[in-house]
Design a protein around this ligand. Sequence first.
Ligand SMILES: Cc1cc2nc3c(=O)[nH]c(=O)nc-3n(C[C@H](O)[C@H](O)[C@H](O)COP(=O)(O)OP(=O)(O)OC[C@H]3O[C@@H](n4cnc5c(N)ncnc54)[C@H](O)[C@@H]3O)c2cc1C
Length: 565
Amino acid sequence: MTVELVGEGSGDDAVVRKRIVVVGGGFAGAYAAQALERRLGKRDDVEILLFCRENYTVFQPMLPEVISGTIGLTDVVTPLRRLLRRTHVHVREVESIDLQNKTVSVAAGFSAHTHVERFDHLIIAPGTVTDFRGLTGLPEHALPFKNLADALELRSRVIRALEEADVESDHPELRRQLLTFVVAGGGFSGVEVVAELNDFVRRVAKLYRRIDPRELRVVLVHAQDRILPEMKPKLGAFAQKILRRRGVELMLGYRLHAATGASALLSGPDGVVSVPTRTLVSTIPASPHPLIDSLALPKTRNGRLLVDGTMRIQGREDLWALGDCASVPTRDGTPCPPTAQHATRQAQLVADNIARVLGRGGGGGAVPLQTFNFQGLGKMGSLGRRNAVAEIFGISISGFLAWFLWRTIYLAKMPGWGRRLKVATSWTLDLLLQPELVELRLGSSGGAIHEHFEPGQRVFSEGELGDRVYILLSGRAEVVRRRTNDAAVAGDGEQVLAVLGPGECFGEMALLDSAPRNATIRCLEPMTVLSIPKREFGLLAANVPGLRASFEQVTARRLSQGLLQ
Ligand SMILES: Cc1cc2nc3c(=O)[nH]c(=O)nc-3n(C[C@H](O)[C@H](O)[C@H](O)COP(=O)(O)OP(=O)(O)OC[C@H]3O[C@@H](n4cnc5c(N)ncnc54)[C@H](O)[C@@H]3O)c2cc1C
């Protein structure tokens, strides 16, 4: 492994440029780099370097529209290179920041060497992450909704569910799961996602000959007694009325408690209820970014970096933070909410302050720094199909006018005329044409995955085709078979053959013998399994020495003990 320290003058060693490194290419990072270009881009003693995981910036307010295909898949993103002409854009993930040596280390690309870049000023803006860790079954089965990949995944999942339901006309339980769509979180993003998802499935369901639109169930789960708690109660009530009228079921006072591959478990006033579903989206509050977590810098209780009004990190002259990852105080001392309108304004100010620090000729400037003083212009939430709610300068607006404002304002805020034109065209065409229904299957659907099961849930049933092999990581399951003449009867004419615990595998016999399952596996205690698809298992069994033999030994032992599955 080689360590490369890059950037001491990039060839032109006579000048060691002051280097400003930006981590993150979202509303905060990309706009900060753009503002820096305007102020410092022509100076040859300063260079700007931006790291971002993707080569584009996402216009998140319009992301929910990707679900319905109202706007094109790539219309909500702008390539960073179009936006930033004088910045070195490196599409790499920053893995760590060395505060002492003033360097950042980035993830390996095609070649596995460590890549380190020095900085004179560092702008930290990687946003936040959706972290389902510690929430039972959510890491395995819930979909987050934050970036373009999440929106594409959700759209594909919804279309797949409809396609499957159209085929599975003889399996009412499976149809219920496939035709129920659950969104958890009644804040702005949850409401916008459920509105788009509901409009989409109800519009396209007509194209499926075996789906009765009355079978569709779209559920919004929210822990409080009203949605959109950020807005005035009357706007929340208006949003509820519109969503209900369009067929969205509101489960207020319920909290997403756990998930399995076939259900969402909600805890509410009457205890835990299970909603059968194969499509669960959770817009739970974001968690601190792991990169921020790892830094020994002052933070708030919820893990945001503490900065002063100039956006400098307390006690450091060279570190700046903004956007969702930072707690930026306004003049009255309250922290800014994590919104795009705040992030873009913080970006302007951080660039201005860094330009002041660097002064005219690169030396320290004595000009006082500016402090952030933006209170927000208002809040808006789209409810789909010509309806929205808005609070602008304290005035409440709802219905068509709010929707018109929502579209006009966000269209004007999109970066670049090209995008604006594309989005405006997509919106116009959407009024005239049927919604797009192409299912994109990106990447391979294979690979080992974790799955979570709750007591009573079947992993597979006797007689089904063998499609996966499982390794039990935690919890317990029972192996049951339809009753023969023997004892040990579990009820419903079933016989318990064995109880499996952590470390044991199951499901291999049907795969090795290409035969149907000859027993049912049912969860006894909440359990997590590693589930390996048939194809991958076949490749491993064929190529890893001894693997097939060891599975065959397990099979032989189980057969000799009468434990079939
Ligand atoms: C669905 C949705 C709808 C929203 N609607 C609105 C709205 O209508 N109005 C509004 O004001 N706000 C809205 N928001 C909130 C708004 O999008 C955020 O406040 C804003 O995006 C924050 O900007 P940011 O740059 O801090 O973070 P982000 O926009 O999340 O950007 C972070 C960037 O950092 C990159 N990154 C992360 N980790 C690394 C790493 N280790 N190395 C390199 N790059 C990294 C990411 O790829 C990303 O490009 C919405 C958010 C969502 C999710």
